[in-house]
Ligand binder design. Structure first.
Ligand SMILES: *[C@@H]1O[C@H](CO)[C@@H](O)[C@H](O)[C@H]1NC(C)=O
Ligand SMILES: *[C@@H]1O[C@H](CO)[C@@H](O)[C@H](O)[C@H]1NC(C)=O
Ligand SMILES: *[C@@H]1O[C@H](CO)[C@@H](O)[C@H](O)[C@H]1NC(C)=O
Ligand SMILES: *[C@@H]1O[C@H](CO)[C@@H](O)[C@H](O)[C@H]1NC(C)=O
Ligand SMILES: *[C@@H]1O[C@H](CO)[C@@H](O)[C@H](O)[C@H]1NC(C)=O
Ligand SMILES: *[C@@H]1O[C@H](CO)[C@@H](O)[C@H](O)[C@H]1NC(C)=O
Ligand SMILES: *[C@@H]1O[C@H](CO)[C@@H](O)[C@H](O)[C@H]1NC(C)=O
Ligand SMILES: *[C@@H]1O[C@H](CO)[C@@H](O)[C@H](O)[C@H]1NC(C)=O
Ligand SMILES: *[C@@H]1O[C@H](CO)[C@@H](O)[C@H](O)[C@H]1NC(C)=O
Ligand SMILES: *[C@@H]1O[C@H](CO)[C@@H](O)[C@H](O)[C@H]1NC(C)=O
Ligand SMILES: *[C@@H]1O[C@H](CO)[C@@H](O)[C@H](O)[C@H]1NC(C)=O
Ligand SMILES: *[C@@H]1O[C@H](CO)[C@@H](O)[C@H](O)[C@H]1NC(C)=O
Length: 580
């Protein structure tokens, strides 16, 4: 490590100050936390913008957010909300597997969402690695209205639909890059998934690594093919080419890359994987993914988030993005809608204020699992434990199987996204373990092999080997993690409701604390955020229960769930970067 970010020097914008922004001032990220690979549309008749983002192994998957001002974004639902829509998500293997890069479009009254279930552990040449799929709905606000996945064959990913004036439908996608990199197109029946012709290689990009994330736009008689290149890390960039004919040949824009923060000292890095849309005034906008890491790229637990930028696209010319992407920018004025959004889902920036899990209520819509939930492992207000969320333990703990697989019994885990640089998360737990290695508690979770967990476990004492509750901490990462421990629970804590707390101490560190309800939480361990800064996903905070491979079935009951944002860092203070 050559650089260490110094937290005190980062510029912190407290939530209260956000409201003061003027009409055409915008804050990034627009979808903070784990919301990568955005694709957005404007639906004129509803005066509403909609965005979809990648969800990897998370279930429900493919969140859809709506906004009328491009600033406040409400969760509408999830395109993938029933395990039966795509049963194979349950057998995904690997931390980078699952749903990659959806594209959302509306055509002739129907919404289409095209994406790929990637089995990232399988060989790149193995066609079963790339399960390309189409979902459809006529009502984005109704989870039940989404179809099951319609599968179509393509050895690649980042698939995106396009229609010509005659109503023919096409898919453009990124061919598996370790084999034959390039952007490929074919005519596809979106109702059946039938590919109606051989794939045509349209363009390979400008020579950057991994040409991917293609979208086609037709404007002023030209087909524009916009893609991402450079990989989704620090070298990420957006490029574009155009052609009179859909099938090419495509000519690259001499001004490429049209969007990138590569080779800058900006706090927002890895900018790319963009999509374009127009608002009700005809002004153009772009969304992309970005990582709040600075060029040091060491601590970025929320991973790849969705950012917004305004775009100028003159007749017969190339689109020009506002570069670089920043935490605050001035964009176009967005038309005021006549009708308010009708949804009641939470805003993406909302906290959780003392969630009760009252009888007759459902699991909140923004809660997610790692792969689809198994059986009745999650119960709201189970009998005798009203106003709690009851969790039945899985045999697998959060580490799961070798190779980051999930077994048939799944991993009992429920969480929400970290969406603030600084936050506090806390929850109460009643748990009476009866069998050795029964364990339950809270976690900071990025992937199976990048997480920290902190809970109560039944374990033998060193001296008498009597089974008593212990406080356990364990973390996993490619980077060094704090030492694991399993300590006998302090005297007087047994059989009491415990109050668990996970919070950010500063921009680079978290703390885990616990104590009986009504007493001051005791911090047991500090965890650096770099251990959960990796890969394609972003951090989740939540609760888990496991028998650690044993036969235990004792449930854990969670109550009084809170998550509160305490601040967003949106820019780097360059004097705050120090060599070490
Ligand atoms: C952040 O908090 C951790 C844990 O308390 C501490 O070790 C580290 O020095 C802090 N960093 C700064 C810049 O204060
Ligand atoms: C950057 O941080 C330093 C040290 O905290 C502070 O003195 C300076 O005013 C900051 N600069 C800006 C532009 O915020
Ligand atoms: C939601 O969609 C389902 C399936 O199409 C339908 O049965 C149901 O009536 C819809 N609900 C509403 C409120 O429109
Ligand atoms: C558009 O949708 C209508 C009604 O769903 C259908 O009858 C028509 O064939 C569609 N048109 C095209 C071009 O797909
Ligand atoms: C598709 O490609 C195969 C093998 O290259 C070829 O045999 C076939 O004729 C092609 N089909 C069409 C419709 O061009
Ligand atoms: C893309 O690269 C491949 C080699 O990997 C080459 O065969 C092909 O012609 C290129 N395609 C285009 C459209 O330039
Ligand atoms: C960043 O700099 C490197 C090294 O000079 C160069 O190879 C790369 O093309 C640059 N990337 C962008 C997007 O400008
Ligand atoms: C973005 O919007 C601002 C404010 O209207 C404008 O000055 C700027 O030129 C726009 N930038 C682009 C690239 O469209
Ligand atoms: C998951 O991946 C690991 C490592 O590649 C492999 O050993 C294991 O067989 C895979 N499991 C499944 C169910 O595919
Ligand atoms: C806790 O509850 C268990 C089961 O009811 C009981 O066996 C144990 O003695 C209790 N421990 C304390 C310290 O009260
Ligand atoms: C968690 O599960 C893994 C894999 O099953 C196992 O190796 C590990 O020992 C378990 N951890 C604990 C603390 O039991
Ligand atoms: C679980 O139960 C089975 C069947 O009763 C037994 O064979 C096995 O040893 C038990 N496992 C543990 C870890 O106690």
């Amino acid at each position: 490590m050559f650089y260490l970010p110094i937290a005190t020097a980062a510029v912190l914008l407290l939530p209260g100050r956000v409201a003061a922004q003027s009409q055409n001032q915008f804050l990034n990220p627009i979808l903070p936390g784990f919301h990568p690979d955005p694709s957005c549309i404007h639906v004129a008749e509803e005066e509403t913008f909609y965005c979809a983002s990648s969800s990897f192994n998370v279930f429900p998957g493919i969140p859809i957010h709506a906004s009328q001002d491009l600033q406040s974004w409400r969760l509408v639902g999830h395109a993938l909300n029933r395990p039966s829509q795509l049963p194979d998500l349950a057998i995904s293997n690997g931390s980078t597997s699952g749903i990659w890069a959806p594209t959302i479009r509306k055509h002739n009254g129907t919404f289409y969402l095209v994406t790929t279930l990637v089995h990232d552990k399988r060989d790149a040449l193995d066609p079963t690695r790339w399960d390309n799929i189409i979902f459809q709905t006529n009502d984005l606000w109704n989870n039940s209205a989404w179809t099951d996945a319609i599968h179509f064959p393509f050895v690649g990913y980042d698939t995106s639909p396009w229609w010509d004036e005659q109503g023919n439908s096409y898919i453009v996608g990124s061919h598996a890059y370790r084999v034959e990199p390039g952007i490929h197109l074919a005519k596809v029946n979106l109702q059946t998934g039938q590919v109606k012709e051989n794939w045509t290689n349209l363009w390979n990009g400008t020579g950057g690594l991994a040409p991917e994330g293609p979208h086609i736009y037709k404007k002023d008689g030209y087909h524009y093919l916009m893609i991402a290149e450079g990989g989704t890390g620090l070298g990420h960039m957006q490029t574009i080419a155009s052609s009179k004919e859909l099938y090419g040949p495509y000519t690259a824009n001499p001004a490429n890359p049209i969007l990138t923060n590569a080779n800058t000292t900006e706090y927002f890095q890895t900018v790319g994987h963009a999509d374009l849309f127009q608002d009700g005034n005809g002004n153009w906008w772009g969304v992309a993914l970005s990582t709040r890491s600075g060029p040091e790229y060491i601590t970025y637990p929320m991973g790849r988030e969705t950012v917004l930028t305004n775009v100028t696209w003159s007749n017969g010319s190339w689109p020009v993005f506002q570069n670089p992407v920043r935490g605050t920018f001035t964009g176009w004025e967005v038309p005021k809608p006549d009708q308010e959004l009708h949804g009641d889902g939470p805003l993406v920036t909302n906290g959780d204020d003392d969630l009760q899990f009252a009888p007759g209520t459902s699991i909140p819509p923004h809660f997610v699992h790692w792969r689809p939930p198994v059986g009745d492992s999650y119960l709201v207000s189970p009998k005798g434990h009203e106003n709690t969320l009851g969790l039945k333990p899985s045999k697998l703990n959060l580490t799961g199987l070798d190779g980051n697989g999930g077994g048939p019994g799944g991993q009992t885990f429920i969480s929400r996204r970290q969406v603030d640089t600084l936050f506090t998360y806390n929850v109460n737990m009643d748990f009476a373990p009866k069998i050795q290695e029964e364990e339950a508690g809270i976690t900071l979770f990025l992937t199976q092999n990048h997480h920290a967990r902190f809970g109560v476990v039944l374990a033998p004492t060193e001296s008498t080997k009597r089974l008593i509750p212990h406080i356990r901490f364990e973390a996993q990462s490619y980077l060094p993690v704090p030492r694991p421990f399993t300590f006998p629970m302090p005297g007087g804590w047994e059989n009491r409701t415990l109050h668990f707390e996970l919070k950010t101490v500063n921009v680079t560190h978290y703390s885990f604390a616990v104590s009986p309800v009504g007493t001051q939480p005791l911090v047991f361990v500090y965890v650096p955020g770099d251990i959960v800064s990796w890969g394609f996903t972003g951090t989740l905070v939540g609760v888990y229960a496991t028998s650690n491979g044993g036969n235990g079935t004792s449930p854990a009951y969670f109550s009084h769930w809170n998550y509160a944002g305490l601040g967003q860092v949106r820019e780097n203070n360059s004097t705050g970067i120090a060599a070490s």
